[in-house]
Design a protein around this ligand. Structure first.
Ligand code: DX5
Ligand code: ZN
Length: 223
């Protein structure tokens, strides 16, 4: 299955309710929520309070992307706020598998993310274990950056590994994605596309989502 996940970071924060509705009506599946602590990444975004406030306004799947140094310290508050899946970064700890297991023990789906400098091999042990693998296509920390096409090689490696083992692995890509490069992402094997600026800064997000869905249909994994 193919999913589109608008990243709220690019929304007009003075009207989150309206912005979320706009994405829902345009055909979004997930709402990607970028949490930044000013420590793991050099930027601060929003936390569990904001997520809890918007939870009552939408049925979209809350895809919480934690760019924070100590995910275990805060995971309960994000579950309480209404997260549907929580993704943390491989690079935040020397023991990411332990973190994944602790989060999953709380009966919430858990994903693992890798930044551009982390090789695919680092998360091979997470294939079939993590509910999602998030391959960043920009340096985490800011929206509106340019897509790094070289990161898609890692998506290919992970999709091949999953297929070889008969695993229907969710692989998400995030950063600099829009209608123009969606096909490259789906051909590489991604099935969840995050897009911030491309959707929220557009007056016609529905058209862009249609382009993305077309990409998934006409440009499936190349192998
Ligand atoms: C970057 C975030 C992304 C970002 C995507 O650290 O993880 O989710 O908001 O925004 P665009 O699509 O504008 O690159
Ligand atoms: Zn993100």
């Amino acid at each position: 299955m193919f999913y589109i996940a608008p990243s709220l970071l690019a929304a007009d924060f003075s009207d989150l309710k309206g912005e979320i509705k706009r994405m829902e009506e345009a055909g979004a599946n997930y709402l990607h929520l970028d949490v930044m602590d000013g420590h793991f990444v050099p930027n601060i975004s929003f936390g569990a309070g904001v997520i809890s406030s918007i939870r009552k306004h939408t049925q979209l799947i809350f895809d919480v992307h934690l760019m924070i140094s100590d995910p275990l310290k805060y995971v309960d508050s994000f579950i309480k706020a209404g997260a549907d899946i929580i993704t943390f970064h491989y690079e935040c700890s020397d023991h990411p598998m332990d973190i994944l297991k602790e989060i999953k023990a709380k009966h919430i789906p858990c994903g693992i993310a890798i930044s551009p400098r982390t090789p695919a091999e680092a998360v091979i042990p997470f294939v079939g274990v993590a509910d999602m693998i998030l391959v960043m296509t920009v340096e985490p920390g800011f929206g509106g950056q340019s897509f790094m096409p070289e990161c898609l090689d890692k998506v290919r490696v992970l999709r091949r590994e999953a297929l070889a083992r008969g695993i229907d692995q969710h692989i998400e890509v995030d950063g600099g994605i829009g209608g123009d490069n969606a096909a490259h992402c789906t051909e590489a094997g991604a099935n969840i596309l995050v897009a911030g600026s491309a959707l929220f800064k557009s007056k016609k997000p529905k058209t862009i989502m249609q382009q993305m869905r077309m990409a998934a249909k006409e440009h499936p994994f190349l192998g």
